[in-house]
Write a protein that binds this ligand. Structure first.
Ligand SMILES: [Zn+2]
Length: 283
């Protein structure tokens, strides 16, 4: 589907260039190169490159962690935003995913974010807090043996701790709505969501997160916890699994292993309960 999409876009672009367009389209508006690996089909430009070994190593680790078996992924690599904009019409971002088409578009030669949107696509379409949170929580470097999720090179829990110290850490309910999440500084929302989701996965396991994905639509949110009053949640805030993220979990989780072994098969409400408790702690 990706190739069709690109081809259609190209057709439109060329058509827009008028009848005198050259017979051979400019290579700047086409991904001419192609490499097929076991789990990806890479498309990129001449004089550009992708790191197929890194990407395959990441894929093997990530799908194992997530417990998914995705389709072969179309990896469209662009030289820069300008080229991505020329070809796709989306030039105001460094990358984006089309989960239903198992396709990503990126300006980077390796990717540990957009592919996560594809991996989790079959789970559902949650609020951005969880969708972006999961993707950031998986921003690791397995090939280098580095399994600490980072945002712009800094561990997400370190960033959350820094935000808290600076009074910038946002309350989870305040970014539970996707529109509210998108309205805030992504330099805060993305790493904070990544820290939050990484905490939830490390403390509850991946299965509850998968169920949470399936229980939410993009327009829905965890209204259950957002509507609750602090008083209604405070009584639950004594459970050790919850008292954590905002106050101390980032420290406790710094050395957490990325091989979550769910202690108990919690259902999605367990995560919502955790959020309730965060809410209670944040007010
Ligand atoms: Zn994303």
């Amino acid at each position: 589907m990706a190739r069709t999409f690109v081809a259609v876009t190209l057709t439109l672009l060329l058509a827009a260039c008028g009848g005198s367009a050259p017979t051979a389209p400019s290579e700047t508006v086409r991904l001419t190169e192609r490499i097929v690996t076991p789990h990806f089909v890479f498309h990129y430009s001449a004089n550009d490159s992708v790191d197929t070994e890194w990407q395959e190593a990441y894929h093997v680790w990530a799908v194992s962690q997530l417990g998914v078996t995705p389709a072969v992924i179309e990896y469209n690599k662009y030289r820069d935003r300008a080229q991505m904009g020329q070809i796709t019409g989306h030039g105001s971002t460094n990358g984006y995913a089309e989960p239903a088409a198992a396709t990503i578009h990126t300006i980077w030669k390796i990717d540990n974010h957009e592919v996560v949107h594809v991996y989790a696509g079959p789970w559902g379409s949650p609020a951005a807090l969880f969708g972006e949170g999961l993707a950031v929580a998986f921003q690791t470097n397995p090939q280098a043996g580095d399994f600490v999720a980072k945002w712009s090179g800094t561990p997400v829990h370190d960033l959350a701790r820094r935000f808290r110290a600076q009074g910038q850490l946002l309350s989870i309910p305040s970014i539970a709505e996707t529109a509210a999440f998108r309205a805030r500084d992504e330099g805060v929302t993305y790493p904070e969501a990544g820290s939050f989701v990484r905490f939830l996965i490390d403390s509850e396991g991946i299965a509850p997160m998968r169920r949470l994905y399936g229980s939410m639509g993009p327009a829905r949110r965890s209204r259950r916890f957002a509507r609750r009053s602090p008083a209604s949640t405070a009584s639950r805030s004594t459970r050790p699994s919850s008292a954590g993220w905002r106050s101390s979990a980032p420290d406790a989780l710094r050395a957490s292993r990325l091989a979550p072994a769910p202690r108990t098969p919690h259902l999605a409400p367990a995560l919502v309960t955790s959020q309730n408790q965060l809410y209670a702690l944040s007010v």
